[in-house]
Design a binder for this molecule. Structure first.
Ligand code: ATP
Length: 224
């Protein structure tokens, strides 16, 4: 994302969606204004970080008055492209793909699952949650027909790279990849990796770390 000639870091974009979530929560509670301290505290970031994040996009809030909850939420929705709806496709309608399809967060305002793809002849032609499953060979046509902009990849690891190539060839620029394989793309493609097994390994590392610090001699006990 380039804004006012400056490249907006992905960590900032990530925080923007979290700011929006907090603002929506405050709005539901009936708040009309919020200070940068309150908003920043909710997300455990420094108020200076919040101001820096927002400064990429212009000047918001009034000194001493804080931010208007509804106005800032509206600005963030625009920045995040949520003032319109994006059509999503899921490739790989197995357990994970089906779970995601049924996850409420995926059908939030701004997103809509428009098509499913698989290569299993037993699944192709049927529907899940009312959404048709197409053969993955028809990807390019369906992407065009349904104006699909975002693809979620939930195929098994060995199939992920070829599937991503087909996705890019079909003109898609945004991929959310759940397969535990890193996908190399050009700078015009945004590919985010959700690697649940790696996240668990990070948690495992910190748990193991607790054992180490608790040990008498500081050595890691390796089970026999
Ligand atoms: P199931 O047992 O229902 O297939 P699963 O989650 O165990 O579920 P996986 O082997 O993880 O299945 O595969 C996920 C889904 O991806 C499956 O529906 C499978 O048919 C599909 N799939 C596998 N390879 C491809 C491919 N190259 N293109 C499209 N879909 C694929």
């Amino acid at each position: 994302m380039i804004e006012n000639g400056k490249k907006v870091p992905q960590v900032t974009v990530k925080r923007l969606s979290r700011y929006l979530r907090v603002l929506e929560h405050f709005s539901e509670q009936g708040y009309e204004t919020i200070s940068s301290e309150e908003l920043a505290n909710e997300l455990h970031v420094k108020p200076s970080q919040l101001r820096k994040d927002l400064a990429y996009f212009g000047e918001f809030g009034t000194r001493g008055m804080g931010y208007s909850v509804s106005k800032l939420a509206e600005v963030l929705r625009k920045i995040l492209g949520l003032h319109r709806q994006w059509a999503i496709a899921i490739i790989g309608v197995g357990n994970l793909g089906t779970a995601l399809l049924r996850y409420k967060g995926l059908n939030e305002k701004g997103f809509r699952v428009a098509a499913l793809f698989d290569d299993d002849p037993e699944k192709v032609g049927s529907a899940r949650s009312g959404i048709h499953i197409y053969h993955v060979d028809n990807l390019a046509n369906v992407v065009k027909e349904k104006n699909i902009q975002i693809v979620i990849l939930t195929v098994p690891a060995p199939a992920a790279r070829a599937a991503a190539e087909a996705v890019i060839k079909a003109g898609i620029k945004s991929i959310l990849n759940f397969a535990p394989v890193s996908i190399k793309t050009g700078p015009e493609i945004t590919c985010l990796q959700v690697d649940i097994a790696s996240e668990l390994k990070i948690l495992s590392h910190y748990l193991a770390g607790q054992d180490v610090s608790g040990g008498k001699d500081g050595k890691v006990a390796i089970p026999g």
